[in-house]
Write a protein that binds this ligand. Structure first.
Ligand code: SF4
Length: 114
Protein backbone atom coordinates (compact mmCIF):
# COMPACT_ATOMS: atom_id res chain seq x y z
CA UNK A 1 0.00 0.00 0.00
CA UNK A 2 1.36 3.39 -0.86
CA UNK A 3 1.58 6.31 1.48
CA UNK A 4 0.35 8.84 -1.02
CA UNK A 5 -1.52 11.70 0.66
CA UNK A 6 -4.81 10.64 -0.96
CA UNK A 7 -4.46 7.07 0.39
CA UNK A 8 -3.73 8.38 3.86
CA UNK A 9 -6.78 10.63 3.69
CA UNK A 10 -8.93 7.76 2.45
CA UNK A 11 -7.74 5.51 5.28
CA UNK A 12 -8.38 8.28 7.79
CA UNK A 13 -11.89 8.80 6.40
CA UNK A 14 -12.67 5.07 6.58
CA UNK A 15 -11.50 4.94 10.20
CA UNK A 16 -13.67 7.91 11.12
CA UNK A 17 -16.73 6.48 9.38
CA UNK A 18 -16.23 3.03 10.91
CA UNK A 19 -15.72 4.60 14.31
CA UNK A 20 -18.86 6.67 13.89
CA UNK A 21 -20.99 3.67 12.99
CA UNK A 22 -19.57 1.75 15.93
CA UNK A 23 -20.47 4.61 18.26
CA UNK A 24 -24.14 4.78 17.19
CA UNK A 25 -25.25 1.52 18.84
CA UNK A 26 -23.34 2.40 22.00
CA UNK A 27 -24.99 5.80 22.15
CA UNK A 28 -28.34 4.12 21.62
CA UNK A 29 -27.74 1.77 24.52
CA UNK A 30 -26.85 4.66 26.76
CA UNK A 31 -29.85 6.82 25.87
CA UNK A 32 -32.65 4.41 24.96
CA UNK A 33 -32.36 1.99 27.85
CA UNK A 34 -35.63 1.38 29.59
CA UNK A 35 -35.82 3.69 32.55
CA UNK A 36 -36.84 1.92 35.71
CA UNK A 37 -39.21 3.61 38.11
CA UNK A 38 -36.59 3.72 40.86
CA UNK A 39 -34.56 6.04 38.62
CA UNK A 40 -37.46 8.41 38.00
CA UNK A 41 -38.21 11.50 40.04
CA UNK A 42 -41.28 11.10 42.22
CA UNK A 43 -44.39 12.95 41.19
CA UNK A 44 -45.34 15.55 43.75
CA UNK A 45 -48.85 16.00 45.08
CA UNK A 46 -48.75 19.65 44.00
CA UNK A 47 -47.90 18.74 40.39
CA UNK A 48 -50.69 20.33 38.30
CA UNK A 49 -51.72 16.97 36.81
CA UNK A 50 -51.63 15.35 40.26
CA UNK A 51 -53.83 18.11 41.65
CA UNK A 52 -56.24 17.76 38.73
CA UNK A 53 -56.50 14.02 39.25
CA UNK A 54 -56.51 14.26 43.07
CA UNK A 55 -53.37 12.11 43.30
CA UNK A 56 -52.13 11.27 46.80
CA UNK A 57 -49.09 9.20 47.75
CA UNK A 58 -51.30 7.54 50.36
CA UNK A 59 -54.50 6.26 48.77
CA UNK A 60 -56.32 6.35 52.10
CA UNK A 61 -55.96 10.15 51.97
CA UNK A 62 -57.45 10.35 48.46
CA UNK A 63 -61.14 10.83 47.65
CA UNK A 64 -61.59 7.33 46.27
CA UNK A 65 -65.04 6.21 45.20
CA UNK A 66 -66.38 2.74 44.58
CA UNK A 67 -66.05 1.54 41.00
CA UNK A 68 -67.69 -1.54 39.52
CA UNK A 69 -66.02 -4.56 41.09
CA UNK A 70 -63.57 -2.41 43.04
CA UNK A 71 -64.58 -0.94 46.37
CA UNK A 72 -62.86 2.40 47.00
CA UNK A 73 -60.67 1.10 49.82
CA UNK A 74 -59.11 -1.55 47.54
CA UNK A 75 -57.91 0.87 44.85
CA UNK A 76 -54.26 1.95 44.71
CA UNK A 77 -51.50 2.44 42.18
CA UNK A 78 -50.22 -1.06 42.88
CA UNK A 79 -53.34 -2.59 41.36
CA UNK A 80 -53.97 0.01 38.65
CA UNK A 81 -53.78 -0.95 35.01
CA UNK A 82 -51.85 2.24 34.21
CA UNK A 83 -49.00 1.45 36.60
CA UNK A 84 -45.77 0.16 35.12
CA UNK A 85 -43.21 -1.93 36.94
CA UNK A 86 -42.74 -3.17 40.45
CA UNK A 87 -41.39 -1.64 43.61
CA UNK A 88 -42.43 1.01 46.07
CA UNK A 89 -42.40 3.61 43.29
CA UNK A 90 -43.76 2.65 39.90
CA UNK A 91 -44.07 4.28 36.52
CA UNK A 92 -47.47 5.51 35.40
CA UNK A 93 -48.64 6.36 31.92
CA UNK A 94 -50.49 9.40 33.31
CA UNK A 95 -47.22 10.83 34.62
CA UNK A 96 -44.60 10.11 31.94
CA UNK A 97 -41.06 10.38 33.26
CA UNK A 98 -42.16 10.32 36.90
CA UNK A 99 -42.88 7.64 39.46
CA UNK A 100 -45.93 7.31 41.66
CA UNK A 101 -46.13 5.53 44.99
CA UNK A 102 -47.56 2.02 44.74
CA UNK A 103 -49.78 2.94 47.70
CA UNK A 104 -51.01 6.08 45.96
CA UNK A 105 -54.14 6.74 44.00
CA UNK A 106 -55.58 9.17 41.47
CA UNK A 107 -58.99 9.52 39.87
CA UNK A 108 -57.75 7.87 36.65
CA UNK A 109 -57.42 4.56 38.52
CA UNK A 110 -58.43 1.54 36.38
CA UNK A 111 -58.54 -2.03 37.68
CA UNK A 112 -55.50 -4.01 36.59
CA UNK A 113 -56.38 -6.77 34.14
CA UNK A 114 -55.12 -10.23 34.93
S1 SF4 B 1 -53.33 6.23 36.93
FE1 SF4 B 1 -53.23 4.50 38.34
S2 SF4 B 1 -51.02 4.20 38.71
FE2 SF4 B 1 -51.27 6.24 37.83
S3 SF4 B 1 -51.43 7.60 39.60
FE3 SF4 B 1 -53.51 7.06 38.99
S4 SF4 B 1 -54.04 5.29 40.27
FE4 SF4 B 1 -51.81 5.52 40.34
Amino acid sequence: MSDKPIDRNRRQAIKLIAGGFAAIPLAGLMTSGTAVASDLPHVTEDDPIAVGLKYKHDASQAPRVDKPGAPANTQNCGNCQLAQGDGEWVGCSIFPGKAVNKNGWCSAWVMKVG
